[in-house]
Unconditional design. Structure first.
Length: 91
């Protein structure tokens, strides 16, 4: 879990914007990214609810095989892009 709130226009030390990187063989049954995301969103249902503490959630969800292949290729998961404002007006 990465707190990426500092990349957004929120008060200092906020905990509202997160990236989760979930590696699990349970995703072998969830063949598409949207199915994996739904599993994670269901698990975090209270946190991501409209009145919950999480405003934004970026999800990376892979099987252990896919993750290992990514590592073998020297790849990793970088940070999300910087915030551009809710309307995209920021640089």
């Amino acid at each position: 879990v990465r707190n990426e709130s500092h990349m957004h226009n929120v008060p200092q030390n906020s905990e509202t914007h997160f990236k989760v990187i979930v590696i699990s063989d349970k995703f072998k049954d969830a063949k598409t990214p949207i199915k994996r995301h739904r599993l994670i969103n269901e698990t975090l249902r209270e946190e991501v609810a409209a009145d919950g503490p999480v405003h934004a959630l970026s999800i990376v969800a892979m099987t252990t095989d896919k993750w290992q292949a990514k590592l073998d290729q020297g790849e990793s998961v970088g940070p999300s892009p910087s915030c551009r404002g809710g309307d995209g007006s920021l640089p």
